[in-house]
Design a protein around this ligand. Structure first.
Ligand code: SF4
Length: 446
């Protein structure tokens, strides 16, 4: 007799998530909901043998969509009998392309219907002759699908906002995720308390344009931060990516002087280091504002970690403008760059901009920015040698004799494995020994 509460008992599922932390948070929340309905995660998350396959897609670049198609085709080859659900940003912006180009998909779920709604559309997992598409135009995406995920016991990603109203000329995200929206501060405070109950110690605030929090509730991001700062048991919060024009001076002063839990760690998208290209991108600040913001961070929080997103090869970025951008980045006291290469996206205004930068030239520019970042990060790590820092230690993989954790200012620290330190904070002195581990640069604390 079918168990009403767990109609999918003894059914297995495998999840494939591409793209950003937000996608991982949403997949994790869906996984939790499906486990409540009886689904078990397929051993090793392998496709073969699973009854259900869920692919959460990304569409931020052409490479990302190509990777999604490749992944979906591979999974269907490995398990042609599984019921296949494709959701996420690619499913929202190109449902027809997916349905027409890949046989074997059963359900294509756009952004309005994703998350827990998917569970209601699985039926008895019988394969469909062709993909059923659940989709609305992006202007009709209104639902905020709450989600909070844990990548391990220590760190949780709390989704505080979704969608975007900025429409930068190169970006498809507003078309993939809809207009800016958010839940109430009270709901997010509840979720933060849940994280503490589950033993989580660090919460990363994620979203698409989190500084724009409050659009649909009449609240604001600063008030959200102050409310979360009161939640006992949270060791620290990290602000995910925040637009420079929305990282207010008041918020920075509060973090520097009053906040008990917000970490001196900022991820700020610049995208281009010349006002000419920022205008073509229709970004909402200029290089003067960006420099002033970085300098204010360093004045108030001298040891803060600052990561900067930058795009190479945007249409209209002449070689001279790229050199200007490069010199601007070189002159900024930031810790790390996250360079990526411009790629054409359907439906974006950037397609009308000339001149077009040759693809090979775009990649060469990205490589130069990567090399610049590889100079800056060790410099920042070395500037922290000899300081005493609180490290939140994470569970190492089985059999490992070394463990690592992060300081509040986002320095990866490595130490001999001490089981009782896991998921706790201890103060250590950072040695000048900057080394590399399988996961990148570390400072040794032994
Ligand atoms: S702020 Fe611009 S780049 Fe960022 S998601 Fe919104 S439209 Fe895209």
């Amino acid at each position: 007799m079918l168990n009403q509460e767990q109609p999918y008992q003894n059914k297995t599922v495998a999840y494939y998530t591409l793209g950003c932390r937000l996608n991982f948070a949403e997949s994790s929340t869906l996984a939790y909901r499906l486990s409540e309905l009886g689904f078990e995660r397929q051993k090793g998350n392998r496709a073969s043998g699973a009854d259900l396959l869920v692919v959460n897609t990304c569409a931020v670049t052409e490479q990302a969509t190509a990777k999604c198609r490749q992944q979906i085709r591979k999974l269907i080859r490995e398990n042609p009998d599984a019921f296949v659900v494709v959701t996420g940003c690619y499913a929202q912006i190109e449902p027809k392309e997916l349905a027409d180009s890949i046989g074997g998909i059963d359900l294509i779920v756009g952004s309005e219907f994703k998350g827990e709604n998917i569970a209601a559309c699985l039926g008895n997992l019988t394969k469909k002759p062709e993909a059923e598409v659940m989709h609305t135009r992006f202007q009709e995406i209104h639902t905020f699908h709450a989600s909070c995920s844990a990548d391990d016991r220590t760190r949780h990603f709390l989704k505080v906002q979704d969608g975007c109203d900025y429409f930068c000329t190169y970006c498809t995200i507003p078309m993939a995720r809809g207009r800016s929206r958010n839940p109430l501060i009270a709901d997010l405070v509840k979720q933060a308390r849940d994280v503490v109950r589950k033993g989580g110690r660090e919460i990363v605030l994620t979203g698409v344009n989190i500084g724009d929090f409050g659009k649909t509730t009449g609240e604001d991001f600063f008030s959200l931060c102050r409310a979360l700062d009161e939640v006992e048991g949270v060791e620290r919060y990290r602000i995910g990516s925040i637009e420079p024009n929305l990282l207010t001076d008041d918020l920075l002063r509060w973090i520097a002087t009053e906040s008990r839990r917000f970490a001196p760690h900022f991820h700020i998208p610049l995208q281009a280091g010349s006002d000419e290209v920022l205008t073509l991108m229709r970004r909402r600040y200029d290089t003067a504002l960006f420099r002033r913001k970085i300098e204010l961070v360093k004045q108030l929080l001298p040891d803060a970690f600052i990561g900067v997103d930058v795009m190479a090869g945007m249409r209209g970025e002449t070689p001279e403008l790229f050199e200007k951008s490069y010199r601007f980045l070189q002159s900024l006291p930031v810790s790390q760059l996250h360079p990526f290469t411009y790629s054409e996206r359907n439906g974006t205004k950037a397609l009308e901009i000339k001149p077009v930068v040759p693809v090979r030239e775009r990649h060469e520019r990205t490589s130069r920015l990567v090399a610049l970042s590889e100079q800056k990060l060790p410099e920042f790590y070395r500037s922290q040698a000899g300081t005493r820092r609180r490290v939140l230690w994470e569970q190492p993989e089985k059999g490992k004799t070394r463990m690592h954790g992060f300081t509040e200012n986002y320095i990866r620290v490595e130490h001999t494995y001490v089981p009782e330190w896991i998921n706790t904070c201890t103060e250590v002195e950072l040695t000048p020994n900057v080394g590399t581990s399988s996961q990148g640069l570390v400072i040794l604390a032994d």
